[in-house]
Design a protein around this ligand. Structure first.
Ligand code: HEM
Length: 101
């Protein structure tokens, strides 16, 4: 994700090791583990100009990663479904039309 040509720039100044730990804890909490203790997800992304395309690209990379890791399909569906539902809380630019700016 951090080297991805479409969304890698978002992570240029981020402590990737720390982010990996937070994202892992977040995913575990939504797969039945202990509650996530980091920032609210909308708050954590509020300063970032994330558009629809960025959001879907991240989801696609996650799906490919889970498939490569042979994560069972029911777990993938739960994981991806939970993340998809966060779209309105993370995406700042909702329109996919370039003319909408
Ligand atoms: C469902 C989708 C997403 C989830 C579940 C998610 C999850 C997270 C989590 C758990 C953190 C750490 C928050 C904390 O500090 O406690 C984080 C931070 C971050 N996320 Fe996401 N994320 C999502 C989508 C995205 C997208 C689409 C992008 C950009 C393309 C993105 C870029 C970032 C960046 C740059 C940070 C670091 C922010 C900072 O350090 O201030 N995220 N994300």
């Amino acid at each position: 994700m951090v080297t991805d040509v479409m969304i890698g720039f978002f992570f240029a100044k981020v402590n990737v090791k720390a982010l990996k730990a937070l994202e892992t804890a977040y995913a575990i909490s939504h797969l039945g583990g202990p509650p996530y203790r980091g920032r609210d997800v909308a708050q954590a992304h509020s300063a970032l100009p994330i558009g629809l395309g960025h959001f879907h690209r991240r989801l696609r990379l996650l799906q490919e990663t889970l498939t490569c890791a042979q994560v069972p399909m029911d777990v993938q569906q739960r994981w991806l479904g939970q993340q998809q539902a966060l779209l309105p809380r993370i995406v700042r630019r909702r329109s996919a039309c370039p003319a909408d700016g």
